[in-house]
Design a protein around this ligand. Sequence first.
Ligand code: PEP
Ligand code: MG
Length: 578
Amino acid sequence: MKPTALRVTGLPAAPGVARGSWVRVRRHELPVGGRVSPGTVDAEEARLREAANSAADDLMALSERVAGEGHPDEAAIFMAHAAMAWDPTLLDHAVARIRDVGDDAVTAIQAAGAVAAAQLAALDDPLLAARAADVLDVADRIARLLAGQPGDETNLATPAVVVADDLSPSMTATLPRERILGIVLEGGSPNAHAAILARAYGIPAVVGAHGTIEALGAAGPGAQIALDGATGEVVVAPDAAVIAEFDGRATRAARRRATDVAETALPAVTIDGVEVTLLANIGTPSEAAPARALGARGVGLFRTEFLFLERATPPTEDEQAAAYREAVRAFGGDPVTIRLLDVGGDKPIPYLAVPPEENPFLGVRALRLAHERPELFLTQLRACYRAAVAGPVKVMAPMIADAGDVVLLLSLAARARAELAANGVPAGDVDLGVMLEIPSAVLTADAWLGDVSFASLGTNDLAQYALAADRGNPALEGYRDPTHPAVLRLIAMAADSAARAGIALSVCGEMAGDPSAALALVGLGLRQLSMGAPSIPAVRRAIRAVDHQTLRETAALALHDRSAADARARFTPLLPAT
Ligand code: PEP
Ligand code: MG
């Protein structure tokens, strides 16, 4: 009997639809270690250190190769892996296993890698937890070198969907990209580097698709597999109906992409002529050019945290200036808004040494760190002023609570600028602004907003703090809709204060990229919305299909609604049919 289609639900990791034959990619066989022979402990330690050094050299070479192929972000991943191979904590732990436990170098590095990975996996922060795979990858590489095992290159003779338990970043990077239709992983997370790389390469991917390999085994070798990387659906042995469904999705996605590209030059203007500027949120400079291609008229939020993660020391002023300059150049004259570092107890970055906090979202994070670590912010501000020589730069501080924090921002900026001037380093002009994401800041903004040049509403945090709903807790999905009338009232207050102060106000939380919510924002008077670039086309279409007068009247009513659901229900019917 022909097997029937079996659906597996995983997590969306990289958008796109794929269908075809599949190939199982296995993690290479791990070398098996043993015990160190008596009297050879010193030699075993030397062997380990030598292998770690050559693993780091290999990783640097891989980084250069990938950079040469035009993938700077991926190159940075392998640079970070090289740093892990040199990491004294990992090596010291492995050496201790050789000396104190009697492991040989292979066992010792595998054990040290497993401990470091388990520590990372246990962290609350999904971004850091996803780094566990990277440490294991590096430890395996060192172990294979010790055991004299070659690295593996997977051979995909014909185009196929890659199916694996998990893929290490180096395996993902060395797969023949042009022959990968899609990726399905039993494990993994959307924040793991395999997923990040799949997105960067434009390969549809689903992760956490437990049961796929067993279903493929049951379906037999000739079975096809279909996946939708936007929804997380995987279908093993799809029947004709499922094939038609997935092919239809692929056609619609291709058509939508073509429409999106055709519309990039159109302004986001309402039927009655009110124009809204759509900007992009980016996390790395290489996202700037694709964002511009989707029609972004500048960057409303450059989250700089990504430059600071996965390193043993903070990025230098030169490194930061180069990254910011790259984004500025990519936008060719449109402004790039750089947000000062927004980390703290919730992201335990080793070199920051912030003590763990019970309540990190209410803790010493973002600009609050500047009291203890002013040099971090001074370095970053100097880099921003230097990048401003290449084009318009705006700098905003996260987590401003009141006028006291504004004074702190302005004094740090003045110091940074003076330091550059004292050393004769060229600096450009920079607009200084604040994020409005703490209710206390919004509630008092009328008293001090005129001290800065612009403000941006961080509605992710504003909603979290106003609605007492942890932004990372999936159980609270129903409690943190930013179209809640309480949040809408705070936004209306901020818009009023900005108008009185004569400064521009934008929104850079996820709300801006949600078409119904974006209409509410335009109705409340917002004229700049910043969002993940893929959201730009849908928001543009929504704005172009409505009348501003209607939005204004609808927003005025929504302020007095009884719940987020009631407020949202006013805007959703105004969206154009898709
Ligand atoms: C926000 O809080 O809305 C915001 C844009 O910043 P982040 O999501 O990085 O905290
Ligand atoms: Mg925030």
